[in-house]
Design a protein around this ligand. Sequence first.
Ligand SMILES: *[C@@H]1O[C@H](CO)[C@@H](O)[C@H](O)[C@H]1NC(C)=O
Ligand SMILES: *[C@@H]1O[C@H](CO)[C@@H](O)[C@H](O)[C@H]1NC(C)=O
Ligand SMILES: *[C@@H]1O[C@H](CO)[C@@H](O)[C@H](O)[C@H]1NC(C)=O
Length: 336
Amino acid sequence: MAVLVTGASGFIALHVINLLLSQNYKVIGTVRSQAKADKVIRQFNNPNLSFEIISDITKLDAFDETLKKHGKEIDNVIHMASPLPEEGNTDFENHYLLPAVNGTKSILSAIKKFAPRSVKHVVMTSSIAAIINVNDFSVVTTEKDWNPITWEQAKTSSFMCYLGSKTYSEKAAWDFLKENKDEVDFKFTAVNPAMVFGRQMFDEDVKDTLNVSCEFVNKILCLPPTEKLSQDYAMSYVHVDDVALAHVKAIQEDKFDGKRLLLSAGTYSDQLIANSINKQFPQIKGTIPPAVEDCKQLDIRYDSAVTQKLLGIEWKSFDASVYDIVHQALKRRGKL
Ligand SMILES: *[C@@H]1O[C@H](CO)[C@@H](O)[C@H](O)[C@H]1NC(C)=O
Ligand SMILES: *[C@@H]1O[C@H](CO)[C@@H](O)[C@H](O)[C@H]1NC(C)=O
Ligand SMILES: *[C@@H]1O[C@H](CO)[C@@H](O)[C@H](O)[C@H]1NC(C)=O
């Protein structure tokens, strides 16, 4: 049997695939192009990994062919694909919000059509964006909370649209389950991570600028020592190893059925990142903004105690999360 992983070339997805392969799962990945598939196949070099190309996940029948072809071998689905906004396109509704919702519907309806009894678990990568309170970011939220963002609000900027696309695409999944509970057998779990920190699975993917989350750490390395950093709340973080583990545990144990897993290990500020880098990489002291000892204490914004207990893990620490990004970045720059 196999695990279908959609959006299989992303930062988190590569860690999920690595964990699955290390536990001897067969993995079928979907990506948008043959070039992406070839690259990931070369990187893992493992016969248990194969690919299907799905160029546009926003068509409602996007996954039909794949499920028709492999439906009998697939018993778990990890849905990580999420449409990317087109650069410079400000028609957020038609080019981001609606496609995101369609992407969720297309995978779930393909399962319903071609593998309604054989797929046992579906895990969807959502985000803390679907939990955060857009009207007051300081409200402490838990896995029970839904971002109250309205469709109208979501159309107003690319940031709002990101929050909206995550909220409405996860909602689409729960709605689908309600409407189709007699027609499908699978258990369902949503995974809602904060900013995901950690190393890139493969060193060759470390670039001068990293993808979204890790860039929040990476950018500090490029700042001059004279730069004054903010000590205010920036975001909450979680280590990519914990995110990968949550996805894999969710397909393995029935107790995760119907749950949202809020993955947040703690809060950070830009200054706290700099403090951590200065402490762990003394060799670059003086080239980046210095540590500030009496740094502002930050309150938590997300209470992830319930998820942590359910997963039975200790979150990887802030220092470990920062270390893994910086170590790889400095190696690339020849500074280690
Ligand atoms: C980083 O982002 C680029 C462009 O958005 C994407 O093509 C690539 O797959 C991403 N890489 C990872 C490892 O997520
Ligand atoms: C592939 O999976 C099988 C079990 O299905 C396992 O025995 C084998 O070691 C795996 N191969 C690799 C290279 O991981
Ligand atoms: C969403 O799917 C519907 C039905 O197939 C289609 O008409 C619509 O164009 C899709 N919307 C987007 C934005 O992809």
